[in-house]
Structure formats: structure tokens, C-alpha cells
Design a protein around this ligand. Structure first.
Ligand code: KIV
Length: 263
């Protein structure tokens, strides 16, 4: 099983880190049997599992429920849980209560978006013995101020700001940082500048690891196709075809057969 020390060691040994999202028990059981290095119970579950239009709608109660389901299914995996929208912005005590809830639900670490107001909080959480993963670049909880899903840190000034943020997060004690939707060069420079590993999504090939949303890599929604996404299956068609097949068998009275019935 991965741990915080293994993350650093992977970077030192130049071995890439793989991470996927997971939100439910049955897929956690499948992931538990794979070689995947770690699992993210991302607040993207508000969109993927609950049909909201952004991660702003993820609540602590939702996160707790999904973390617990995943933890029961994947006891051998290092599980990172997202701190949901505004859970870090209402003062130290509510933030620490949220951390406690996620860790007691079964997380091994938590992830926090942004850095501006988070550095003191991150230091406090790390000192309390909870590993923290940072998240920079496109931070979906700030989608309304970023003006949409856009590549970040394209201009030199914003790239410099991102480098500074990444260094601040490292100093505050983060064990790793997610870099989302930044140019390859920025992904590369931040990765070289830090001694903790970077995990990229739309950040090019030179980050220390890669993360994808499980449903995206499985091709559950063929309409969602950002440039960085590689689909490893076409599950949308597999599911639709299996369910249609079942429907046809029921209508044709071909299911259940006698062998599939109790005598
Ligand atoms: O919530 C999420 O799924 C994430 C990944 C995209 C990194 O934060």
C-alpha cells in the first residue's frame, strides 16, 4: 500500500504515480484488485454521481458517505478525499471538523484546492498528523471566478504565480500536488522545482504522476472529450447494449429460462 513516504520515494526514483477517482463501493472493490497506486474520492462526484453542473455542490455529508463506501471496498488502497467547497474558508474549527469527518470515514489523506488562504490551515492539518495533497492550476471549486474550464497559467505572470503557490504548498507540508489543466512546460517546471511529487491532469507528460476521473477513462460519457482525456473503454455502449439486450429478452419471454428459475 502507498503511504506519504512512498510518494516522495517514487519521485526520487523517477517512478510515475497513478491515481483515479472512485466514488462507490463496487468500483472500489474492482480498483482494490488493480495495481493503481491511489484513489481520489474527488468532489467531482457532485457532477458525475449526482448530476450537478459543478463541484460547488459537493457537501461534506456527500463526501463522507462516498469516502466510507470506497474505504469499505478498497481497504488496501491509499485514499485521498477532497475537502468540499468552502469547507476550508469558515475558520479553523469547522475546517478541522471536516478533516476529522473525512478521515474517520476512511480517508488516508485529504486534498485542498488553491493556496492563498490555505497555507496556515494546511500547516495546522499536517501538524495534526493528517497528510494533505494540494491542487493548483484549474481549481474547479473556483470555476465562477476562473470564468470556465480553461487552461491556466498560460501567461508568464500567472505561471510565476503558480510556481510560487506550489513552493508555498510544499513548505506548508503538502506531500503531493495535483496540477490541473496547465501547459506542459508549466507542469514540467513545477515538477522540477519541487521535491514532492506532482500529479497531473491535463498538465502534460512530465509530471510525477497522472490522475483521471474513472468514469472518463471508462468512456461512460462519450460526449465529454477534453483534449487530455484518453478513453480506455467504451462503457457507455457496453452498458446501453447489455440493458437493451435484457429488455429484448424480457419482451420476447426469453428471460428467465427454466434453468434460471426455481423449480
Ligand atoms: O475532484 C476531482 O475529481 C479532482 C481531479 C480532477 C483531480 O479533483
Amino acid at each position: 500500500m502507498m503511504n506519504v513516504q512512498a510518494f516522495t520515494k517514487r519521485k526520487q526514483q523517477q517512478q510515475k504515480i497513478s491515481m483515479v477517482t472512485c466514488y462507490d463501493h463496487w468500483s472500489a472493490k474492482i480498483l482494490n484488485e488493480t495495481q493503481i497506486d491511489c484513489i481520489l474520492v474527488g468532489d467531482s462526484l457532485a457532477v458525475v454521481m449526482h448530476g450537478f453542473d459543478s463541484t460547488v455542490h459537493a457537501t461534506l455529508a456527500m463526501m463522507e458517505l462516498h469516502v466510507a463506501a470506497v474505504a469499505r471496498g478498497a481497504p488496501e488502497k491509499f485514499i485521498i478525499a477532497d475537502m468540499p467547497f468552502l469547507s476550508c474558508s469558515k475558520g479553523l474549527e469547522p475546517a478541522m471538523d471536516a478533516v476529522q469527518s473525512l478521515m474517520q470515514a476512511g480517508a488516508s489523506a485529504i486534498k485542498i484546492e488553491g493556496d492563498k488562504h490555505q497555507v496556515d490551515l494546511i500547516e495546522h492539518i499536517v501538524e495534526a498528523g493528517v497528510p494533505v495533497m494540494g491542487h493548483l492550476g484549474l481549481t474547479p471549486q473556483s470555476i465562477h471566478s476562473l470564468g470556465g474550464h480553461r487552461v491556466q497559467a498560460k501567461a508568464e505572470k500567472s505561471a510565476m504565480r503558480l510556481f510560487e503557490s506550489a513552493s508555498r504548498l510544499e513548505q506548508a507540508g503538502c506531500f503531493s500536488i495535483v496540477l490541473e489543466c496547465v501547459p506542459n512546460k508549466v507542469g514540467d517546471c513545477v515538477t522540477k522545482r519541487l521535491s514532492i511529487p506532482t500529479i497531473g491532469i491535463g498538465a502534460g507528460p512530465l509530471t510525477d504522476g497522472q490522475v483521471l476521473v474513472l468514469h472518463d477513462l471508462l468512456g461512460v460519457d462519450q460526449e465529454f472529450s477534453p483534449r487530455f482525456l484518453r478513453r480506455y473503454a467504451n462503457t457507455e455502449n457496453v452498458i446501453a447494449s447489455a440493458v437493451s439486450h435484457f429488455h429484448e429478452d424480457v419482451v420476447a419471454q426469453d428471460y428467465p429460462s427454466l434453468e434460471e428459475s426455481y423449480g
